[in-house]
Design a protein around this ligand. Sequence first.
Ligand code: 5GP
Length: 124
Amino acid sequence: MAYKYDEENIFAKILRGEIPNDTILENDHALAFRDINPQRPHHVLVIPKGKFVSFDHFAKEASPTEIVGYIQAIGDVCDLLNLSIDTGDGYRLIANSGEHGVQEVPHLHVHILGGSSCGRMIQS
Ligand code: 5GP
């Protein structure tokens, strides 16, 4: 079954520059920006520039170069915001996918949450 990508999703519009965003960093393959409704002092979304719906879509169909660029951007955000467990207090990385993952925006994104404890992972 082929993955279907919605060109009108909000993150596609952000990538096309149609909607403003609070960019943290950018590289050739990824964009990182602050979540509009932050759940922690730091709440950053990291998205690939390619048209991928979910993490599994990305893992299967992205090129090695895209995968490296995306993962590097995640590490760079952790460094930039002093969230790395090397120098800081850590963070939570979340990738919601599909209906059961309760994914709101159908363009792959990871949430990086930090700046205070994220509590236990699953409440219900
Ligand atoms: P999901 O539930 O899909 O994993 O998370 C989507 C996230 O995108 C939510 O945390 C929501 O606050 C964020 N979001 C939705 N629309 C916008 C927007 O226009 N700009 C930004 N920066 N974040 C958004």
